[in-house]
Structures are given as structure tokens and as C-alpha cells.
Ligand binder design. Sequence first.
Ligand SMILES: NC(=O)c1ccc[n+]([C@@H]2O[C@H](COP(=O)([O-])OP(=O)(O)OC[C@H]3O[C@@H](n4cnc5c(N)ncnc54)[C@H](OP(=O)(O)O)[C@@H]3O)[C@@H](O)[C@H]2O)c1
Length: 190
Amino acid sequence: MPQALEVHMSFKGKNALITGSSRGIGRGIALKLAERGARIAIHYYRNRDAAQATLENVRKLGSDGFLVQADVCHPDEVRRIFHQVRSEFGALDIFVSNARTEAATFYEAPMEITLEKWDTAVDSQAKAFLVGVREAAPLMSDGGRIVAITFAPGGRFGSWQPGWLWAPRKQPWRCWCDISPSRWPAAASR
Ligand SMILES: NC(=O)c1ccc[n+]([C@@H]2O[C@H](COP(=O)([O-])OP(=O)(O)OC[C@H]3O[C@@H](n4cnc5c(N)ncnc54)[C@H](OP(=O)(O)O)[C@@H]3O)[C@@H](O)[C@H]2O)c1
């Protein structure tokens, strides 16, 4: 098996926002960035205690940050995340769009899914990403980075039946990445 290549980069002085960093993959990303010196905006939905535990671990790693609560299904709440980032950090260097609603909110076969669940799936992923990029870009100077966490096979082709919505909800992220960089905001074009 090929060995993973680990690149040692310093993020000292950088500010990062990771949505859904109270637990799971988002928490792992937050701690890795904190270990390399980045300050972290830790976003959560309902699980404040888990978010607080992430923040405490960030501090143990010698960095700092703050907590921000929002439901990413609602554009106004996504905007509020960035307003808080502006007031706490002043600027943003890294935005990781990672939050995901619980499987029960979208995981249904095509002939059974309710329209409400469809909306949750698309609003929490595709729409939240669009709004997030628009809010993040003005906070970034040259060299900013925007990362979207997807599920690669499902995001491109769909998946086993109840997981079919991976494609419609994650695919727009791929489309964004495929857009000519000249159409991206300067800070988010790489
Ligand atoms: N797990 C996998 O096997 C896998 C595989 C491929 C890709 N991914 C992708 O990786 C990302 C993270 O997955 P994960 O498994 O680490 O997730 P997870 O452990 O289920 O954590 C979900 C995160 O999203 C937050 N969240 C839930 N509902 C939300 C809402 N309505 N608004 C805002 N935030 C909300 C949660 O906050 P609270 O803690 O406050 O509830 C939590 O921080 C997702 O984009 C997923 O599609 C996961």
C-alpha cells in the first residue's frame, strides 16, 4: 500500500472556520490545523458540549478559537457564522465546509423521500456552500483556501439506493471546482 505523504506546513497566524467541528471529521480537521498553529472557529449545531471539548483540545495544542452555533439549512444562519468570524477574527484564511445533517434527515430512496427531506439535503450542502463561499471570500486576502468535504463516489454518481441523494446534494460542489478560476473570487480561486 502506498505511504501517505505528510506535508509539514505551519498555519501560525492563520484563522480557520470548520463547519461541523464539534465532532467527527470536522473535529479532526480542526485539531490538525490547531496543531499547526491556526486559530479555529468551531461551529456546531446542537452539541455545545462537544464543541466546547473541541475548543479545549485546541487550547491544549497551544492555539485558541471560539464557538459558533448555527443551522446550516438556513442561509441567514450561515451568514451569521461569518459575521461572528469577522467580529472575532477580523479576517479568514481557511474555510472548510464540512457540516452534515443526521442521516435520518435525508437518507431515503427516491420514491419514498419527502420533499422536506429533499430540501434539507440540498439546503444543508449545496446551498449552504454557495452562501458560505460568498460570505468567506470578502474576509480572505490573497492565499485564502476554501475546502468542501464531499463523499467522492456518491457525490459523482449517486450511491446505493437510500444514499442516492449524495449526488444532487454534493455534486454542485464539484461544479464549483470545475468552474474556470477566473470566475471565482480572487481569494478563493485556488
Ligand atoms: N463519516 C463518513 O463515513 C463520511 C464519508 C465521506 C464523507 N463524509 C463527509 O464528511 C463530513 C463530516 O461527516 P461526519 O461523519 O464527520 O459527520 P458527523 O460526525 O455526523 O458530524 C456532523 C457535524 O455536523 C453538524 N451538524 C449536524 N446537523 C447540522 C445542521 N443542521 N446545521 C449545522 N451543522 C450541523 C454536527 O453538529 P452537532 O455536533 O452540534 O450536532 C456535527 O458537528 C460530511 O460532509 C460528510 O458528508 C463522511
